[in-house]
Design a protein around this ligand. Structure first.
Ligand code: GRF
Length: 202
């Protein structure tokens, strides 16, 4: 069976990318293979993680391309060149256009660090998500993997995991616990689930 070819889009540290790389190495992801890492930030440590594992990288920044449209055009070009089936957004700090998400309908997935539909949508990224959760006083938060459509964090939910919120949490401690206990587990699990479906359909 042909494996699902995966591209991971990143902007930052890449701990979720690392979780995916490790999951492919130890067989948790068996129906997919990470063929490409694309970053819109030339300084992203995620690029080093990819290089350390021998994964091809592409840097596509607004500065290099000149406009948002040109960024997407170049992303599409490298996805096509590398025969990519599935796009995984793992800390990719950029909202993709409706045109882009329609082109790759049900072929883009994202990890969001809360239980959607709480604390999501435009403006909810990074520590802001956890600040909002603590401000509201929720006792559980967590992470969600979902398909990406034209509505930010609005696509169909694939997997979720809840994480306890502690009395003494700061946005930083909550962020870390959600990564360790939820994101790094459900992202590889969801990628395997979708890769398997896509590989069987191909
Ligand atoms: C994660 O919290 C993820 O949920 C969010 O951005 C962060 C990326 O972290 N979308 P990393 O680059 O994977 O370490």
């Amino acid at each position: 069976m042909k494996k699902t070819n995966i591209a991971v889009l990143v902007s930052g540290g890449g701990t979720n990318l690392q979780a995916l790389i490790d999951a492919e190495k130890n067989g948790i992801i068996e129906h997919g293979t990470i063929r490409l890492v694309v970053s819109n930030n030339s300084g992203a440590y995620a690029l080093t993680r990819a290089e350390n594992s021998g994964i091809k990288t592409e840097i596509i920044t607004r500065k290099l391309c000149g406009s948002d449209e040109a960024v997407e055009k170049n992303i599409i070009r490298v996805l096509e060149e590398n025969d990519i089936d599935l796009i995984v957004l793992a800390g990719f700090m950029r909202i993709l256009s409706g045109e882009f998400t329609k082109r790759y309908d049900r072929r883009i997935i994202n990890i969001h660090p809360s239980l959607i539909p709480s604390f999501c949508g435009e403006g909810f990224y990074g520590l802001r998500v956890h600040e909002a959760a603590l401000k509201k006083g929720v006792k559980v938060s967590g992470a969600t993997v979902h398909f990406v459509n034209e509505i930010p964090d609005g696509g169909e939910i694939i997997m979720q995991k809840a994480v306890e919120v502690r009395e003494d949490d700061t946005p930083e401690t909550l962020q870390r616990r959600i990564m360790e206990q939820a994101e790094w587990q459900i992202l590889p699990a969801a990628v395997e689930k979708i890769s398997k479906i896509m590989a069987e359909e191909a």
